[in-house]
Write a protein that binds this ligand. Structure first.
Ligand SMILES: *Cc1c(COP(=O)(O)O)cnc(C)c1O
Length: 408
């Protein structure tokens, strides 16, 4: 097994296919999959040293697995962090972050526009353990700063948000956090490291749901935290090894292979999203389009600056739009009609797939909010979200026009 002897200074596209390959004795060109729960020990004394963590070597896949390690190293290389720790899902990564960093009496400041399960985890589950969370506006840095308390340990953000694609200023939030002696976590699911590297703007922890663009083809669930090695070693590995929210080697292998095409997928899907968003903006049945790549987006300039890891600003591949209607019932009827007319797009809330997905956030992903909460969040009954995949752009426009044209 040749050690990873890659030259320095490689570009992300090269790292995505070449870094962190663990080859077996057979020299296979594709990444090996070590689908095993345990590892045979050469002798009892070696086993004793490995179990005592005095010697490196695999023992049991809850403690460590070479395929999972490869996936962690490749993701860390793309995010530009020293290390990463993989988890069974994206939510398990956020649970691990909280378990590793927070204790009874600590306080968190979190954007009110983060993924719904993230809000429930902080507001519901963590509060049972004496951890309190203040939820603040995604885009108002003053509100974040004003929410800081002496016991604030963590700021948590996600950008762009789902479904309205609001952008927060990662650098400004990192400054607020660090001035208060707290740390900043950024959920980088929507952009992936090929568009946005939160570490460059001062984020301490980068959260991923590998279920989305890292796998990229809607097959497996996975998650990760990317950060400094000392955090992985001191805060997170002791928990994953004991509590067991580890990633399956098979899922790690799928994500490892998915990352090879991440760069070209994100570019191609983002190009289609921009084309679709521009076309929707001109459609008479559409009241408003939310997409960071459009110059009409309120944080367009910030998005182009922040989402430019590939060299130029990119809007990413999720967009939302509102249809016309004069009352909530009419809006909902029109949105449902537009959704039900599609014959190519999948009606599902998942995103990050090569297959374009379409959904009605107010009745699905955000259906558990009250109407008042939804109004405050700007998620109306006329809102439709599209996560753009890899189908031909003309087929997507035709598919979405099928329903919209009946609303004119
Ligand atoms: C899907 C998602 C998650 C949760 O990931 P799972 O893999 O489904 O647990 C977290 N954050 C964002 C932004 C997501 O889209």
């Amino acid at each position: 097994m040749r050690p990873n002897a890659l030259p320095e200074g490689l570009h992300p596209d090269t790292l995505a296919v070449r870094t962190a390959i663990d080859r077996s004795q057979y020299g296979e060109n594709s990444e090996a999959l070590y689908l095993t729960s345990s590892f045979i020990q050469p002798d009892a004394a070696t086993a004793a040293r490995r179990f005592a963590m005095e010697e490196e070597g695999y023992t049991y896949s809850r403690v460590g697995n070479p395929t999972v390690s490869s996936m962690e190293q490749r993701l860390a290389a793309l995010e530009g962090t020293e290390a990463a720790v993989a988890t069974s899902t994206g939510m398990a990564a956020i649970l691990l972050l909280g378990m590793g960093l927070l204790k009874n009496g600590d306080h968190v400041v979190c954007s009110q526009s983060v993924f719904g399960s993230t809000i429930r985890l902080f507001a519901g589950e963590f509060s049972k353990f004496g951890i309190s969370t203040s939820f603040v506006s995604q885009t108002d840095v003053q509100e974040w700063a004003a929410a800081i308390r002496p016991n604030t340990k963590l700021l948590f953000a996600e950008t762009p948000t789902n479904p309205l694609t609001d952008i927060c200023d990662i650098q400004a939030l990192a400054d607020v956090a660090h001035n208060a002696g707290a740390l900043l976590a950024v959920d980088n699911c929507f952009c992936s490291p090929v568009l946005q590297q939160p570490k460059r703007f001062g984020a301490d922890f980068i959260i991923h749901s590998g279920t989305k663009y890292l796998d990229g083809q809607g097959r497996v669930m996975a998650g990760a935290i990317c950060c400094d090695r000392r955090y992985v070693d001191e805060l997170f590995l002791p928990i994953t090894r004991t509590a067991g929210m580890v990633l399956s080697p098979f899922n790690a292998w799928v994500v490892l292979k998915g990352m090879e095409t991440l760069g070209i997928r994100m570019q191609a899907q983002s190009q289609r999203a921009l084309s679709l968003a521009t076309w929707l903006e001109g459609h008479p049945a559409v009241r408003r389009v939310y997409y960071p790549g459009l110059s009409s987006h309120p944080q367009h300039a910030l998005a182009m600056r922040q989402q430019s890891a590939s060299g130029q600003g990119v809007g990413a591949a999720v967009l939302s739009f509102e249809v016309h209607g004069d009352a909530p019932e009419a809006l909902r009827r029109n949105a449902f009609a537009a959704i039900d007319a599609v014959r190519v797009c999948s009606i599902t809330t998942n995103l990050g797939d090569t297959k374009t997905t379409i959904c009605h956030p107010a009745s699905t992903s955000h259906g558990r909010m009250t109407e008042v909460q939804r109004q405050a969040a700007g998620i109306g009954q006329g809102l439709i979200r599209i996560a753009v995949g890899l189908e031909h752009i003309e087929d997507l426009k035709t598919d979405i026009a099928r329903g919209l044209d009946t609303l004119k």
